[in-house]
Every structure is written in structure tokens, then in C-alpha cells.
Ligand binder design. Structure first.
Ligand SMILES: *[C@@H]1O[C@H](CO)[C@@H](O)[C@H](O)[C@H]1NC(C)=O
Ligand SMILES: *[C@@H]1O[C@H](CO)[C@@H](O)[C@H](O)[C@H]1NC(C)=O
Ligand SMILES: *[C@@H]1O[C@H](CO)[C@@H](O)[C@H](O)[C@H]1NC(C)=O
Ligand SMILES: *[C@@H]1O[C@H](CO)[C@@H](O)[C@H](O)[C@H]1NC(C)=O
Ligand SMILES: *[C@@H]1O[C@H](CO)[C@@H](O)[C@H](O)[C@H]1NC(C)=O
Ligand SMILES: *[C@@H]1O[C@H](CO)[C@@H](O)[C@H](O)[C@H]1NC(C)=O
Ligand SMILES: *[C@@H]1O[C@H](CO)[C@@H](O)[C@H](O)[C@H]1NC(C)=O
Length: 300
């Protein structure tokens, strides 16, 4: 016992040193573990998002550019997300208007939009579900095309046409009507590449109306609730996602950003061009409360 105690008391200082070393290593290891686990804990419980695909925002910009500032929410996001593309539908007066000049309020802002490489401007043309006199439709296309040559204003040329209220029920004459208006866009010398043709029947058109030169079709334009009801049908369509656009309004105002992102990602699988808003009326005449969140969740 004595000898042992002696040895222990002799050894103690050495053990104590070793113990301090072990304590130090243990503390270091713990710190390393914490450093590893804490970020993991932050990363791991992330919500499971559907797979996402590069998408383009389609903006029905039916807002009068009052005082030069009412398009600012659009300019803000165009600048803050330079890798996200915006297809902006210009609509001076339910179309280009009766004058060849879009108006002094519009001109500087259209020029400003056209200066961004991630913006493609498109002219709005109404077709009245195929009932509008096609001569007037073609005249509107020509008016947009002529914006490229307005003597006192450069940089107004647009990149295509958004045909609103396109017919969705097949007939030979309806298919001819759509074929002709598409050709007019592709023929127009004042429109810039891609001379994009967008049809908006707001619903799934009959297959016979998938005429040449349509770049994309808005196959859903309606409230979030209706989307839910038609989701299975919409998801079963045969064409590529670039052939389809979605405009969904009346999103629940209570929707979390996580769920908004999930929804945008889900739609990005189905279509390349998206517009989402929580506004439930006048959705194209102002920017909704969730405008920035919508832009923030768009996948690129
Ligand atoms: C534009 O200016 C007028 C007159 O100053 C003002 O009454 C109006 O609220 C302004 N509109 C916007 C959108 O700022
Ligand atoms: C955005 O548009 C540019 C120019 O047309 C194109 O090169 C690019 O691939 C587009 N990006 C996305 C994410 O669609
Ligand atoms: C369409 O308008 C043109 C030019 O105004 C006119 O000549 C033509 O008769 C109209 N067509 C129909 C079907 O109303
Ligand atoms: C350009 O010409 C149009 C008429 O074609 C006129 O209404 C407009 O005020 C002019 N704009 C400028 C900036 O001079
Ligand atoms: C477009 O151009 C083609 C080829 O030149 C021509 O056959 C067609 O009639 C034109 N269509 C329209 C609507 O301009
Ligand atoms: C133009 O078309 C090309 C090829 O389809 C596409 O990659 C590009 O993104 C389009 N540009 C814009 C601005 O949409
Ligand atoms: C989808 O796009 C690819 C590549 O552009 C093309 O080869 C294919 O035919 C398209 N599919 C349909 C159903 O349009």
C-alpha cells in the first residue's frame, strides 16, 4: 500500500498533465463536433422541394406608368435577379392603341425595359376568342412592329406578341385565324428575335389548334383553387414545358414562403413561363403583396 501510494503520489503530477491534455483534446473534439452538428441541424430539416427547372417570369404589365414610378417594383426585381428572365407584356391601351406612338408616359419606360438583357418585351393584342376582325389584329401587330422605326424615339422595338383571348375550340377557320396571326408576327420586320408568339386561351386548347409558330400557350389562367382542381389534367399534357405557361392568381394570402417555393418549383416542372400572385382582383393592374416573394422563389 505504502509503496503504491508513493508511486501514485509520484505519478499524480504526470497523470494530471495527461488528464489536462485529454480534457483539452476532448474539448477540442466537442467543439469540432458542435461546429459540425450545428450547421447540419440548420441544413438537414430543410423542407423537401420538388425538382425545379429554369423558368421565366411572364408579367402581364397592364399598369399605366403614372408619374414614371408605378413600374418601379418591376425594375427593382429585374435588377436584383439578373439571372432570371422576364417576359413583359406591354399593354398601352387594350393593345398598342390607335396611335402609332405609344405615348409620352410609356416611351421612356419601354426604352428602359428594353435596355435590360434579361427582359423581353411583348405587345398585347386582343383576339376576342377568334371573333375580333383579323384585319384589326394584324393592324395591331403592324403597329408594334412599327415601334422599331418611330423617328423621335429609339429603343422601342418589342420581341413578340401576346395574343389574348385566343380561341380554344377547334374549327378549321379558328386554326386558320391562329396560323395567320402567328405568321404575321414571324414576318414582321420590326419585331426583334425571338419574335415570340404567345397564345392565351386561359385554358387547354383543342389539339388541332397547336398551329405552327406558337412559342408558348397559357394553358391555365385562373385562381389557385381552380388550379388544384385541374392539376392532374394539366400535369398529363404531352408537349414540352416550354410550350406551356401558367398564370395563377388568388394564391392564399396565408401561404408561407416555403409553400410558395414548393408551388413555383412544382409548376416549373410543367411550364417554363410563370406568373403567380396573391391578388384576387385586378391582378394585372398592380403588384401584389407577395410580388417580391414570388420573384425570390423563381428557379433559375
Ligand atoms: C401621381 O401624381 C399625382 C399628382 O401629383 C398624384 O395624385 C398621384 O397619387 C400620383 N400617383 C402615383 C402612382 O404616384
Ligand atoms: C435568358 O435569356 C437569355 C437571352 O435570351 C438566354 O441566353 C438565357 O439562356 C436565358 N436564361 C434562362 C434561365 O432562361
Ligand atoms: C374587317 O375589317 C375590314 C377593314 O375594316 C373590313 O374590310 C372587313 O369587311 C371586316 N371583316 C369582317 C368580317 O367584318
Ligand atoms: C414624338 O412624336 C410624337 C408624334 O409622332 C409626339 O406625340 C411625341 O410627343 C414626340 N415625343 C417626343 C419625345 O418628342
Ligand atoms: C408571311 O410570309 C409568308 C412568306 O413570305 C407569306 O406566305 C404569308 O402570307 C405571310 N403571312 C402574313 C400574315 O403576313
Ligand atoms: C429565345 O429562344 C431561345 C431558343 O429557343 C431560348 O434559349 C432563349 O431563352 C429565348 N430568349 C428569351 C429571352 O426568351
Ligand atoms: C420536346 O423538345 C425536344 C427538343 O427540342 C424535341 O425534340 C421534342 O420533339 C419535343 N417534344 C414534343 C412533344 O414537342
Amino acid at each position: 500500500m505504502d509503496g503504491k501510494e508513493d508511486r501514485d503520489s509520484r505519478v499524480l503530477p504526470r497523470n494530471s498533465k495527461r488528464w489536462r491534455l485529454f480534457a483539452f483534446i476532448f474539448a477540442l473534439a466537442s467543439a469540432a463536433l458542435v461546429a459540425l452538428i450545428v450547421p447540419l441541424a440548420v441544413i438537414l430539416p430543410r423542407p423537401k422541394y420538388p425538382k425545379s427547372f429554369k423558368s421565366t417570369v411572364i408579367v402581364p404589365l397592364y399598369i399605366y406608368p403614372e408619374n414614371g414610378s408605378s413600374w418601379d417594383p418591376l425594375f427593382d426585381v429585374i435588377t436584383s435577379r439578373p439571372s432570371l428572365n422576364f417576359t413583359v407584356i406591354l399593354n398601352p391601351d387594350s393593345g398598342p392603341g390607335s396611335s402609332s406612338y405609344p405615348g409620352d408616359d410609356f416611351v421612356p419606360l419601354i426604352q428602359k425595359l428594353n435596355a435590360y438583357s434579361n427582359v423581353q418585351t411583348i405587345g398585347y393584342v386582343r383576339t376576342g376568342y377568334g371573333t375580333r376582325n383579323i384585319t384589326n389584329v394584324l393592324d395591331d401587330v403592324t403597329t408594334y412592329s412599327d415601334w422599331a422605326t418611330i423617328a423621335n424615339a429609339t429603343g422601342l422595338a418589342v420581341h413578340g406578341v401576346f395574343f389574348d383571348e385566343t380561341v380554344s375550340e377547334f374549327s378549321v377557320s379558328a386554326a386558320e385565324y391562329l396560323t395567320t396571326i402567328n405568321q404575321a408576327v414571324k414576318n414582321a420586320t420590326g419585331l426583334l428575335s425571338n419574335k415570340t408568339v404567345i397564345h392565351n386561351p386561359g385554358t387547354i386548347p383543342d389539339t388541332g389548334l397547336n398551329v405552327p409558330d406558337t412559342d408558348t400557350t397559357v394553358i391555365f389562367e385562373g385562381p389557385y383553387q381552380s388550379y388544384q382542381e385541374q392539376a392532374a389534367t394539366l400535369a398529363s399534357l404531352p408537349l414540352n414545358r416550354s410550350d406551356y405557361s401558367y398564370i395563377v392568381h388568388s394564391l392564399p394570402t396565408s401561404m408561407s414562403k416555403v409553400n410558395l417555393r414548393k408551388f413555383a418549383y412544382r409548376l416549373s416542372e410543367l411550364s417554363e413561363f410563370l406568373f403567380l400572385t396573391d391578388l384576387s382582383e385586378n391582378y394585372y393592374e398592380s403588384f401584389g403583396p407577395d410580388w417580391r416573394d414570388f420573384i425570390g422563389v423563381m428557379p433559375t
